[in-house]
Ligand binder design. Structure first.
Ligand code: FEO
Length: 170
């Protein structure tokens, strides 16, 4: 059985993971509308990853017999300023997620909840990869600036992303 403070924090994190999925669905819709079909695909895969993150946490809460609450998922943006802006918003969101996961890890460590701490380290490691991937895309977009062919090439590259269940990683 896990402590009430940690239960509350994990249920909030569960909501944030599904909210993240919804955020990326909004970003995918924006990219599709703007003709960036590769970026739209990229965010759709990101959406699937967030669902997988949410489901891993859902399963953990069930295994720990936590009485689940599933609060409403907040509405998300579907309008952005540019391809660069949408990826910058994505990076800012991932940094926010990392901060939350670090904060919950601190609570788990303080409460000597090793099982939850161990679970959270999987998420913390996943965040390093997520932030690095988005940062690299931002760098590439900045590099080409407004060059149409450059943006077309980046979009083509983003089209190649396929979903690999992140929870199948150790
Ligand atoms: Fe589940 Fe991208 O954080």
């Amino acid at each position: 059985m896990i402590q009430a403070t940690i239960q509350k924090a994990l249920i909030e994190q569960l909501n944030r993971e599904f909210h993240s999925a919804y955020i990326y669905l909004g970003m995918s819709a924006y990219c599709s509308k703007e003709g960036f079909n590769g970026a739209s695909n990229w965010f759709l895969v990101q959406y699937q990853e967030e669902i997988a993150h949410g489901m891993k946490l859902f399963k953990y809460l069930e295994d720990q017999s936590v009485e689940l609450q599933l609060p409403a998922i907040e509405a998300v943006a579907v309008e952005f300023d540019s391809l660069l802006n949408v990826f910058e918003k994505s990076l800012a969101h991932e940094q926010f997620m990392t901060q939350n996961l670090n904060d919950i890890s601190d609570i788990a460590m303080k409460e000597k909840d090793h099982a939850t701490y161990n679970l959270l380290q999987w998420y913390v490691t996943e965040q390093v990869e997520e932030e690095a991937t988005v940062s690299e895309i931002i760098d590439h977009i900045k590099l080409v600036g407004d060059n149409g062919y450059g943006l077309y090439t980046i979009d083509k590259e983003l089209a190649t992303r396929t979903f690999v269940d992140p929870t199948s990683k150790a």
